[in-house]
Design a binder for this molecule. Structure first.
Ligand code: HAS
Ligand code: CU
Length: 538
């Protein structure tokens, strides 16, 4: 690792370690659900594993990866990183926090799943650890903002490079989102788990949680989009179709990612139907930037294929560099999003949500979105980063080429069968899916076996990814590292325009959050509340 990128390397190493651990647990769970006997396995261990898998994948892997990627992109496209010492402090705070949370989970003292809904109660170290992870990431956000400001002083009248524009959108979404999380964890969960208050109000806590939880998914997605917009067209040998459209997409994410959380709470009591409808409208609004992305990225790839000599209607697809592991990983991740995004639109419709809520369909949905669109984009990004960070080539190349296809095949089996089983009524997060031999259960049991087969293939693909990372990072002769090159747009970038006014858009987004959550929260808090004591069934 070059000294210049040691900070980013440390973050990526933590991310990939968390991913490796969580991948093993994922396999065990899928085998367990399919009824395969595992030694020493029990209901308690199953739920412990589901919690650890979710927290390590969804919270630790993603956050550390995004932080590392953000540091690389800022340093390479702004030529600087302001406050590197602070960044290291942030790293250690986040690492200690994640370590504490992981430790209490693995000891069995925090089996509360990654959504940690009360009244399920964890050891205080879980909530405090999660808080430290977030505090560390706030420091990361501050370092990116400071780097941007320092760059801005010397480059007045220029639009900030697109990779940083996108990462700043992720930072802003993250600050808006974690305000809700802070209210829940610091204001409710920590005092309750310490015994300072006896009871907690689950609906209020869940409302704060989804204020955070939905934009969390865009905090994962935006860095993947940054890679799609700024690296993919370059690697494909083409141009970015439109720079202003890309900037608009990132701003729309800032605006609409938070005021939508009630689409996770359609079945919760205490939130009025009109407010659920309002959040449904804004959920449909947030489909728009992804639809624009589908158009712009396909257009950019078409430009690449045509620059490569394609003349027909579709022959440009075959001219794309499918043998490049970065390219195939990211493109397969995007293709998956066409299906995952379509499922999202189904979830967001009140009546259809009633059919799929709390069923295996949901785990099918999020393994397509975060588990493939985001995770496979990050694996692809790792293939792009490794030679540039270490000066060593990607090895074994054949394994890296195969790995994304394994992921897609495994996920098609895993997620496809979960979607169908969910429609048949299989609940999510269930230890014993046989329901004591119930007739209905007998129909979904074969599907759990298909899911387990998918999980085995996914595990093999994850293992291949780890082999490539370890072999490429630590063995092989160092040579000249390839340059970090970002896609140039078809038309030259004009000076800063309306989509570059990030301060203004943050303000508008904060107003939208206040509108979307102010009244419903006041309404909830004004009612007579009956709290619940903590329960720890596992
Ligand atoms: Fe979701 C539940 C609605 C996107 C993650 N979602 C979840 C949960 C997670 C999650 C983790 O409305 C479970 C939470 C829990 O544990 O309870 N989701 C949506 C909608 C979208 C959406 C409307 N979700 C995501 C993303 C996630 C994510 C992104 C993570 C990263 N989701 C819901 C709802 C629920 C939900 C409800 C609650 C369900 C319930 O009842 O519990 C939208 O953002 C989707 C927009 C996407 C598109 C697709 C655009 C396609 C693109 C690719 C183009 C392809 C190309 C390839 C370019 C419209 C951009 C071309 C290649 C060539 C070779 C030519
Ligand atoms: Cu959501």
């Amino acid at each position: 690792m070059s000294g210049r990128h040691r900070l980013a390397g440390a973050h990526l190493a933590v991310a990939i370690t968390a991913f490796a651990l969580a991948a093993c647990l994922g396999l065990l769970q899928a085998l367990s659900i399919a009824g395969i006997e595992l030694p020493e396995w029990s209901e308690d261990l199953f739920y412990l594993s589901v919690t650890a898998h979710g927290v390590l994948m969804a919270l630790v892997f993603t956050t550390f990866f995004i932080m590392g990627l953000g540091y690389v992109l800022a340093r390479e496209s702004l030529g600087r990183l302001a406050g590197e010492r602070a960044a290291w402090v942030g790293f250690w705070v986040a690492l200690v926090g994640s370590g504490a949370a992981a430790w209490v989970i693995l000891r069995g003292d925090a089996t509360v799943l990654y959504t940690f809904y009360p009244p399920l109660q964890a050891h205080p170290a879980f909530y405090i650890g999660a808080t430290l992870l977030v505090v560390g990431s706030w420091i990361w956000g501050a370092v990116l903002l400071a780097s941007y400001r320092s760059w801005r002083r010397e480059h007045r009248g220029e639009a900030v490079p697109l990779p940083v524009h996108g990462m700043l959108a992720a930072v802003i979404v993250w600050y808006l989102a974690t305000a809700g999380l802070a209210a829940e964890v610091v204001g409710m969960l920590i005092p309750w788990s310490l015994g300072l208050v006896a009871t907690i109000d689950p609906v209020v806590a869940r409302t704060y949680f989804w204020w955070f939880g939905h934009p969390l998914t865009y905090f994962w997605l935006i860095p993947a989009y940054v890679v799609w917009y700024t690296v993919l067209p370059q690697v494909a040998g083409g141009r970015l179709f439109s720079d202003p459209l890309a900037r608009m997409v990132f701003v729309l994410f800032i605006l609409f990612s938070t005021p939508v959380g009630f689409h996770h709470q359609f079945t919760d009591p205490g939130i009025e139907a009109g407010w659920k409808l309002a959040h449904t409208f804004s959920t449909y609004a947030i489909l728009y930037p992804s639809l624009v992305t589908a158009f712009t990225i396909v257009a950019s790839l078409e430009v690449a294929g045509r620059l490569g000599g394609a003349r027909g209607l579709f022959d440009w697809i075959g001219r794309l560099p499918w043998r490049d592991p970065f390219f195939s990983a990211v493109t397969l991740a995007m293709l998956t999003f066409t299906v995952g995004g379509f499922g999202g639109a189904i979830n967001a419709a009140y009546a259809m949500n009633a059919m799929v809520h709390n069923t295996a369909w949901i785990q099918g949905h999020f393994h397509l979105t975060v588990g493939t669109t985001v995770a496979l984009s990050f694996m692809g990004a790792t293939y792009w980063l490794l030679p540039r960070l270490t000066g060593r080539p990607l090895r074994p190349l054949a394994l890296a080429r195969l790995q994304p296809w394994g992921w897609i095949l495994g996920m098609a089996l895993f997620s496809g069968s979960n979607h169908v089983a969910g429609l048949m009524g299989l609940p999510r997060r269930i230890y014993d899916v046989s329901y004591f031999g119930a007739e209905q259960a007998s129909r979904w049991i074969p599907l759990t076996k298909v899911a387990a087969l998918g999980a085995v293939i996914l595990f093999a693909s994850a293992f291949a990814f780890l082999v490539v990372v370890v072999v490429s990072a630590w063995t092989g002769r160092r040579g000249e590292a390839p340059a970090f090159e970002f896609a140039r747009p078809l038309a030259p970038v004009a000076g800063p325009g309306i989509w570059d006014r990030l301060g203004l858009w943050t303000l508008v987004a904060a107003v939208l959050v206040a509108l979307a959550y102010g009244y419903p929260l006041l309404h909830l808090l004004a009612q007579e509340r009956f709290g619940s004591p903590g329960v720890s069934p596992f």
